[in-house]
Write a protein that binds this ligand. Structure first.
Ligand code: GLN
Length: 294
C-alpha cells in the first residue's frame, strides 16, 4: 500500500512534467503553482490548443511529435558517465547496463543518430569527467543543485527524486528529528551526503562508495540510518531483510542530465530529445517498466 502511494506519486510527478515541461527544467524542488493564468483572455487559445493536441495524439493518448531537427553532428557513439550501482536508474545485469537512465539515454542517442557508450565510474567522479570533456554527458539519477550548476549545465528535468531515510525495523528513529545524534550512512558525494552533513554534522555521517554498502553497514549495526534516494531505497529494502523506510521524505529533488558548460549545441539537442520523448510517452513507459505499481 505504502509503495503504491509512492509509485502513484512518481507517476503523478511524471504526468506533471508532461503538462509543465518548461517548469520541470528549473531545477528547483518543491515548486508551487500559485499563479493562476488569467481566465477570460486565454479561454479560446486554450481550447484551440487542446483541439490541436488531440488531433496529434496516438492511440495511447500521447502526442505524436513530428520530426525534430537537431543542431549537432555526432560521432558513431556518444559517451555517458554513470555510476551503475543505483537501481532502478542504473545497474548491471551480468555485464549489461540496464535501468531507467540507461534506457532514456539510449533513446536520446537514437534521436541524435548515434549509439550510447556507457562509462561506469564513482558517482563523485561524474561531474569532473563531464567538466574535463572525457564524456559527453553524465546521467546518474543526478539531482540539480545550485553548487553543481556552477560546475556543469543541466538539461531539463526528466524525473523527480526523493531523499528517504532507511532504518532497521523497530528502530527508535521514527521521524527526521530522531536522526539527531545518530550515526547516518550515505553514499559519498550525493545530496543525501551533503544534506546530512549540513544538518547533523560530519562527525555523525559515514560515507560509503556505494549505497548498497551503506545498507550493509545499517544491517550490521555500524550505522543507525541511511539517507538515500527513494527508488534505490525501495530496491535495497525489498532485497534485504529487516529494513524499513520512514514515511517522511527528507527532500524532494529534480533529476537532470549534466553537460559540459558551454556545450550549448548538445544541451539544446538533449533538451529537444527529452521533450519529444516526454510528449510521445517514451519516458513514462520506461519509468513504469522499472517502477511497477505492485
Ligand atoms: N540524487 C543523488 C545525487 O544526485 C544521488 C545520485 C546517485 O547516487 N546516483 O546526489
Amino acid at each position: 500500500m505504502k509503495k503504491s502511494i509512492k509509485v502513484l506519486a512518481l507517476i503523478l510527478a511524471a504526468i506533471m512534467c508532461l503538462g509543465m515541461f518548461a517548469a520541470c527544467g528549473t531545477g528547483t524542488a518543491d515548486k508551487k503553482d500559485d499563479e493562476k493564468a488569467p481566465a477570460a483572455d486565454n479561454t479560446n487559445d486554450t481550447v484551440a490548443e487542446e483541439n490541436k493536441a488531440n488531433e496529434n495524439e496516438n492511440e495511447d493518448g500521447n502526442e505524436v511529435v513530428e520530426d525534430v531537427t537537431y543542431e549537432g553532428t555526432y560521432e558513431a557513439t556518444i559517451k555517458m558517465a554513470t555510476n551503475a550501482a543505483f537501481p532502478p536508474y542504473e545497474y548491471k545485469e551480468g555485464d549489461k547496463f540496464v535501468g531507467i537512465d540507461v534506457e532514456i539515454a539510449k533513446a536520446i542517442a537514437a534521436e541524435l543518430g548515434t549509439e550510447l557508450d556507457i562509462v561506469d565510474m564513482e558517482f563523485d567522479s561524474i561531474i569532473t569527467s563531464v567538466q574535463a570533456g572525457e564524456v559527453d554527458f553524465g546521467m546518474a539519477g543526478m539531482t540539480v543543485t545550485d553548487e553543481r550548476k556552477e560546475e556543469v549545465d543541466f538539461s531539463v528535468s526528466y524525473a523527480t527524486g526523493v531523499q528517504s531515510v532507511i532504518v532497521a525495523e523497530g528502530s527508535d528513529i521514527k521521524t527526521l528529528d530522531d536522526l539527531a545524534g545518530k550515526k547516518i550512512g550515505v553514499q559519498l558525494g550525493t545530496t543525501g551526503d551533503i544534506y546530512a552533513t549540513d544538518d547533523f554534522g560530519a562527525d555523525f555521517v559515514t560515507q560509503y562508495g556505494k549505497g548498497a554498502d551503506a545498507v550493509i553497514a545499517l544491517q550490521g549495526g555500524d550505522v543507525d540510518a541511511v539517507i538515500i534516494d527513494n527508488a534505490p531505497a525501495q530496491v535495497f529494502v525489498s532485497e534485504n531483510e529487516g529494513l524499513t523506510i520512514l514515511d517522511t521524505n527528507y527532500a524532494v529533488e529534480d533529476y537532470a542530465i549534466a553537460i559540459q558548460k558551454g556545450n550549448d549545441t548538445l544541451l539544446n539537442d538533449i533538451n529537444k530529445a527529452l521533450e519529444k520523448l516526454t510528449l510521445d510517452g517514451t519516458i513514462d513507459s520506461i519509468i513504469l517498466k522499472y517502477i511497477s505499481a505492485e
